[in-house]
Design a protein around this ligand. Sequence first.
Ligand code: HBI
Length: 359
Amino acid sequence: MSASVQSLKLLFVSTSVGPLGSGLGGGVELSVYNIAQEMIRRGHQLQIVAPAGSTWDSLPLIQIPGNLQIIAQSLKRTDPITMPENSVLANMWDYARQVQDNYDLIVNFAYDWLPFYLTPFFRCPIAHFVSMGSLSDALDQIIIQTSKQFPGTLGFYTPSQAATFPELTSPIYYLSSGIDLSLYQFCAEPKQQLAWLGRISPEKALEDAVAVAEITKIPLKIMGKIQDESYWQQICRDFPKSCFEYLGFLPTAQLQQVVRECQALLMTPRWVEAFGNVAIEALACGVPVISYSRGGPAEIVQDGKTGFLVEPDSVAGLVNATQRIHEINRHTCRQQAEEEFSLKALGDRFEKWFKEIIF
Ligand code: HBI
């Protein structure tokens, strides 16, 4: 199927760990939503294949039944690849195989072995958006093999994320991220509170942010999906209820209502965070970001200008930065979001990548 330069026919195949809208897909859910919305706005034709139960009513979804994948970050590096009975991942890709001739490009958003392995079996080109850093030897191998066999078809959020995969074949595309800035309202006068956003799972080290709240006596507002219940219960046992409040997994409109009134967003990644969509959501509200200097956030935060980057895993470093937060001009935070993370900037990067694969 030849693609006319104006309008591409795109098939997005989603992450396999949760229906779209559930929050289980973490930052990549927000990325798929924003990229899809922007491609449609630009006049491209798009369908999104996603696990049944997805609740995005404003985007064209094809809902596929089946059992979810285990989240990759809960596995050991040497674990073999696992597939559940009646795998939703396998079912989504069997659907993509059946309809592939109706599309110019298939875009994979799942961080799983199968889509990479299937690439040579498809007639339609496949672009792989890799949403996390290296986690598994078997996955590293198939990702690197795909980059060798299909150069230019792998996209990452950031260079520090891509650097966790040894010897990828160039060209490597760094797509960064972007959000609909019109959904985030600037706030000049914050309340005496801090924010923490994200999947509640050990690699996000929420306990360090709660420790900051306990030490500084500045209450912490926690938002995001509880992905690891026992981990969350441990935090609730280890810290006094007075220093934090869990507000649940909120849609963007409600999330930004809370975040915009915070003095800062704390980011405490224990792992190499591929990007950190929550950082640009905070910046869009004028909220400075205080983060461990590690992975994606270290490439987003302008240290001393739109937040602070502190020594990784140092709670004392986070506390010190929290006490200096008045040095940051909140307008500069919003300005950085507008300059680097708009939907237009995101769409330009993805459209360029897609066209370089197709043509
Ligand atoms: N694990 N197996 C697997 N597959 C995914 O697509 C996946 C995951 N863990 C986390 C995840 N996707 C997303 O939350 C992150 O990529 C943002």
